[in-house]
Design a protein around this ligand. Structure first.
Ligand code: CA
Length: 230
């Protein structure tokens, strides 16, 4: 038996929290539930969950603040629940470090499909059998083994998604990737949803790389296709 994964569900509507909790337990996750922002941070610290399912509107402080705070001590997966799909760009723009987003209302099956896809994504130090040397693009240096990125001599703080996206592009710098190909590589082939999620993460990555979409140094837009390295 593989070790049971621990999930912290943060949701202040008791009925919804109970439904999500019951469904995830049925999928053999070990589930704990928090109903406020402060409780979520405390429980994340003591439980050390593998994954946090995080509602945005919460009493105390909101899910964005919860995400910011737990990111100071854990690299666990975070999937955020939003009430409106037009909130997603804003949330990603804030760069709080969530891995995925789901718009309410969603079916429990959709949530578990997203979670399963997320858990298959690489995390932490990669497969040691595929040790790779640093990739260099002008002032940009990417080290796939330590998952660190430097611009000049400054180490950049990328989210796991941003790193995976950049590393996927950089691994085949001549290639033009479609959004779907990037989703398959970064989010997993079972991920489904708006492919526009790639654009918002690329936008955020460009900001951190101080890159300009109109005269890119690192990531270029391939019109009608997707993205590639410049
Ligand atoms: Ca709520």
């Amino acid at each position: 038996m593989p070790p049971q994964l621990r999930v912290l569900v943060v949701e202040d509507e008791p009925d919804l929290a109970a439904v999500i909790g019951a469904y995830l337990r049925g999928e053999t996750f070990d589930v704990e539930i928090a109903g406020t922002g402060p409780d979520a941070v405390d429980m994340a610290r003591t439980l050390n969950p593998d994954l946090v399912v995080l509602d945005i509107m919460l009493p105390g402080f909101d899910g964005l603040e919860v995400c910011r705070r737990i990111r100071t001590f854990t690299d666990c997966y975070v999937i955020m629940l939003t009430a409106r799909d037009d909130e997603i760009d804003k949330i990603i723009g804030l760069g709080v470090g969530a891995d995925d987003y789901l718009v309410k209302p969603f079916s429990p099956r959709e949530l578990t499909a997203r979670i399963r896809a997320m858990l298959r994504r690489p995390r932490g130090i990669g497969d040691s059998s595929t040790a790779t040397s640093s990739r260099l693009f002008g002032a940009l240096r990417i080290d796939p083994d330590s998952r660190k990125v430097w611009l000049d001599d400054d180490e950049l703080e990328l989210t796991r998604t941003e790193f995976d996206l950049l590393d996927t592009l950089a691994a085949q710098p001549e290639r033009a990737f479609t959004r779907r190909q990037l989703i398959d590589a970064v989010w997993g082939s079972e991920w489904y949803g708006d492919e526009h999620i790639v654009d918002v993460h690329v936008g955020h990555l460009r900001k951190k790389l101080d890159d300009d979409a109109t005269s890119p140094r690192y990531i270029r837009t391939v019109r009608g296709v997707g993205y590639g390295m410049a």
